[in-house]
Ligand binder design. Structure first.
Ligand code: FEO
Length: 403
């Protein structure tokens, strides 16, 4: 049979054998506007080894790509760097086709795979942090990367090729026909990496900081970084820039930027947002104003990555804050952004519970709430002025903090 879905050569011994998911738009709550890839890699060493698998539904694509270079039954080992189902969801099916001698994972990975799948039909072996696995003419070295992205996560380093299989780290949700970073513009790589870091990794930033230090102290050299999503990094100049961005993001650096996020029923809250926006702009601080009728929760998270303030507007609906606002606040609170400043605003008709409820969220997020403005139905001239002044005050706070 002719294999039309082909493996892509990464080095003389390593091939990409993953899947391209052009159409996924919902990734456990994250709006993946540009799809993603589930990267798996085949090492044609003496012991033929598959690194990770793909999401359920893409197993035929994986097997066809493997078959374009080798009979899948010739795979001796499978290494599972991460047990989340976008990388292990087809492990059981792949094991039944490949019949590997062994499946390797971190200690936590062994537990997680057992809890996900029960008997894989192959011996499941735990590897040590810092341990090595001989593939005959090649060697894999393992490094636990707990909480990047799950407790089981680990890196695998192919010593002779100076190639790091980094699972979720340094990945991005981006479906493209190109497989390598040097085939894509830096602006796109940066934008998609910002989205990915903000939505997937922010919560685990302290683990990222310490991992980056460990990687730098390891003395390991890298020619290629092969993540489980998005392009493979082989331009080390470009990857060096991304490594620095990871340092910046994990250190929670913020910039001269504020995000205004709101929903609106009859445009009163939106009008207030406009005056706050212009107050902030008057101070020279950059603003992103985001209506939840046109932005998703993950769009907001992406914009919050380096923002110094979040200003949240809500109408009061059914004696509560607006549902879309509760949604986004739940999401960004969970991601534990360290946004220094906040503001609250909103219109109400009679009871007015929306603004105090938003304020409570923001205080739980450990933001300094600089001020709040309420409007009864439509904002009066006095309320518009208060909105503008709130914007000015937030802008000044940001400038004083950053400079
Ligand atoms: Fe791509 Fe944490 O899975």
């Amino acid at each position: 049979m002719t294999q039309r879905l082909k493996a892509v050569k990464v080095t003389d011994t390593v091939y990409w054998v993953g899947a391209i998911d052009w159409n996924v738009r919902y990734f456990h709550g994250y709006s993946t506007h540009r799809g993603t890839t589930y990267n798996a890699y085949l090492i044609l060493a003496d012991k033929v080894t598959l690194i990770d698998t793909v999401k359920k539904g893409f197993e035929d694509e994986l097997i066809e790509r493997v078959s374009s270079v080798i009979d899948p039954e010739k795979i001796d080992y499978i290494v599972s760097n991460h047990s989340e189902p976008d990388h292990s969801g087809t492990l059981k099916e792949v094991c039944s086709i490949v019949k590997p001698q062994k499946v390797f994972a971190s200690k936590m990975g062994v537990k997680a795979l057992d809890q996900h799948f029960g008997d894989l039909g192959a011996e499941l072996v735990a590897v040590e942090n810092g341990g090595e696995l001989s593939l005959g003419n090649r060697t894999l070295k393992f490094m636990e990367t707990r909480m990047i992205h799950w407790p089981d996560s680990m890196f695998s380093y192919l010593v002779e090729e100076k190639l790091l299989f980094s699972q979720d780290a340094f990945g991005m949700h981006l479906a493209t026909s190109e497989r390598f970073d040097d085939q894509l513009p830096w602006s796109l790589l940066l934008r998609m990496s910002e989205d990915y870091y903000a939505n997937i990794i922010t919560l685990y930033s302290k683990f990222v900081s310490s991992l980056l230090e460990t990687v730098e102290a390891s003395g390991l050299e890298f020619d290629i970084i092969a993540p489980d999503h998005g392009p493979i990094w082989r331009d080390m100049g470009q990857f060096g820039k991304m490594f620095e961005m990871y340092k910046r993001w994990s250190a929670r650096k913020t910039s001269l930027k504020a995000v205004i996020v709101y929903d609106t029923m009859w445009k009163a809250t939106e009008k207030m947002a406009q005056y706050i926006e212009n107050g902030i702009i008057s101070t020279g601080v950059s603003v992103k104003r985001m209506s939840l009728q046109s932005s998703s929760r993950s769009d907001v998270a992406s914009e919050m990555l380096e923002a110094s303030a979040i200003v949240v507007g809500t109408p009061t609906l059914n004696n509560d804050l607006f549902p879309s606002v509760a949604d986004v606040l739940t999401y960004v609170k969970g991601l534990k952004f360290k946004t220094p400043f906040a503001g609250v605003f909103g219109s109400h008709g009679w009871s007015g519970e929306g603004v105090p409820k938003v304020r409570k969220y923001l205080e739980e997020m450990e933001c300094e709430v600089v001020g709040e403005v309420k409007a009864k139905y439509s904002p009066t001239e006095e309320v518009k002025e208060k909105c503008y002044e709130l914007g000015v005050e937030i802008g000044k706070k940001i400038i004083n903090t950053i400079n």
